[in-house]
Design a binder for this molecule. Structure first.
Ligand code: HEC
Ligand code: HEC
Length: 418
């Protein structure tokens, strides 16, 4: 067993995993029509089975059963994507895990992401923006914390560390599942999105539409404890980040762009570039290497600028783009932006509390005089939810390492404004 920061790579046969318990049986099956004992996620996708699980989905012309977010089942197991035998979370065999070069920071939670496509369908490659998913596609993101060894009363004790991506299972003895978010491309072509909070016994998860607060206490290597409230977003909050164009209001996938997916992944079958792998599985049409590649935010192999820009792209640009929710601030933080003023450099802040202290969003060479940096690490007092800190949703703990990166980036800029 090769433990990689919480995601455990196990060379275990799926058949063996799938046989065990009721929970495993109930969770098995979405896309599970194939009878071959292929490696998980490595065989081309096959038709979903009409299983014993409740299935409120509608049938598309191609015969694929598709749930919608509106008719989402109350239990995650009904989607039949993940297997859970109480010891290990694993993926139904046509479900493919993926990871990102630079992920969204969410209070130090670890994540396992998956995608599933109906039989015979493919995503369409595009060099910029999210890959184009076919109707019926399902993308999930499960949040978990490595369990702290210290006993913590009244909260989930979580070890504070950075995740290293890879593997097709999560060891549930070593990790505590919190939430599984799910997006499904509905027959209308729109994405529906829902989230499930894992039950206390972690055998299944339950649909939560109006948010939930979960007490968590982070414990770092020194034993320092940080209690905080992990907030499961409401349906409306999902849209706030995922409708990257505020006027259309359309829910979009954010992470699976070519550049962010262009990295190797440690599958059970081996260490393979994710885009090459998808193309080989005939799940990605129109792809020719090389694809653009986004920097890994915490890998010093890439330049400081590329890493900071990748971090700001993923964590901020869903709102901070020309058409986005905070587009009207004129602060656009996507990787495609090249104009310094748009990146906040020597740009006077337009919105936000306390901005009068700051002449510019980014004061070159001086992070402490930059409103952008200030907003990464300061909450407005007496405000619930906190209003000053950015992003305004999705985190309740400051990201020391991410903030240090942005600080270094700003401090490294040549001083002076035109
Ligand atoms: C703070 C902003 C934010 C909120 C709130 C948010 N998301 Fe996301 N979500 C993101 C970003 C950014 C990514 C891509 C980066 C990543 O996966 O780490 C993402 C990724 C995902 C993915 C993987 C596919 C993709 O788009 O990359 C799913 C599924 C998902 N979110 C569902 C949800 C659901 C359901 C909710 C509400 C319960 C929600 N999200 C709330 C920002 C957010
Ligand atoms: C969920 C949407 C959302 C996300 C994600 C988000 N922001 Fe914002 N941001 C806003 C909104 C809305 C405003 C305007 C209101 C305000 O200033 O509070 C804003 C304003 C700002 C401003 C003031 C800009 C100006 O010129 O007035 C800064 C600086 C800022 N955000 C930084 C960030 C950074 C850095 C990130 C990522 C780490 C981020 N934001 C992520 C919604 C978001």
């Amino acid at each position: 067993m090769n433990r990689r920061y919480g995601v455990t790579v196990q060379k275990r046969r799926w058949a063996a995993v799938a046989a065990v318990t009721w929970a495993a049986l109930a969770l098995a099956g979405c896309g599970g029509g194939s009878t071959t004992a292929a490696e998980p996620g490595l065989s081309p996708v096959s038709d979903p089975v009409a299983g014993p699980a409740p299935n409120p989905g509608t049938e598309t012309p191609s015969g694929v059963v598709v749930f919608s977010a509106a008719s989402a089942p109350t239990k995650l197991s009904a989607w039949r994507l993940l297997l859970n035998d109480g010891q290990t979370l694993s993926l139904q065999k046509t479900v493919l895990p993926y990871s990102l070069n630079t992920p969204l920071f969410s209070d130090y939670s670890h994540k396992v992401r998956t995608l599933w496509l109906p039989a015979g369908t493919q995503m369409d490659y595009t060099a910029s923006g999210p890959l184009q998913f076919p109707v019926g596609a399902i993308v999930t993101k499960s949040f978990f914390f490595p369990r702290a060894t210290a006993q913590i009363a009244g909260a989930i004790g979580a070890l504070k560390n950075e995740q290293v991506e890879g593997g097709e299972t999560v060891d549930l003895v070593a990790n505590r599942l919190l939430e599984t978010r799910l997006m499904v491309r509905e027959p209308t072509g729109r994405w529906g999105a829902v989230t499930y909070v894992w039950d206390a016994d972690e055998r299944d998860a339950t649909l939560v539409r109006s948010g939930q607060n979960i007490a968590v206490e982070l414990v770092d290597v020194q034993g320092t404890r940080t209690p905080f409230t992990y907030a499961v977003p409401t349906d409306a909050q999902c849209v706030t980040c995922h409708a990257t164009n505020v006027s259309t209001g359309t829910f979009e996938a954010i992470g699976p762009t070519a550049s962010n997916m262009n990295r190797r992944y440690t599958y059970t079958a081996g260490d393979i570039n994710q885009l090459d792998h998808l193309a080989a599985l005939q799940m990605l049409a129109g792809y020719t290497a090389p694809a653009p590649v986004m920097a890994v935010w915490n890998d010093p192999a890439a330049s400081l600028g590329d890493r900071a820009r990748a971090y700001l792209d993923v964590n901020c640009a869903s709102c901070h783009n020309s058409a986005g929710r905070s587009g009207n601030t004129g602060l656009w933080l996507g990787l495609d932006v090249s104009e310094p003023l748009r990146l906040g450099i020597c740009k006077a802040p337009t919105g936000g509390q306390q901005n009068r202290q700051f002449s510019f969003d980014v004061t070159p060479g001086n992070a402490d005089a930059s409103f952008l940096y200030f907003r990464l690490g300061n909450y407005r007092l007496n405000s619930d939810p906190p209003r000053v800190a950015m992003p305004e949703l999705g985190r309740h703990v400051f990201h020391a390492e991410g903030n240090a990166l942005v600080r270094e980036w700003i401090n490294g800029m040549a001083q002076g404004c035109p």
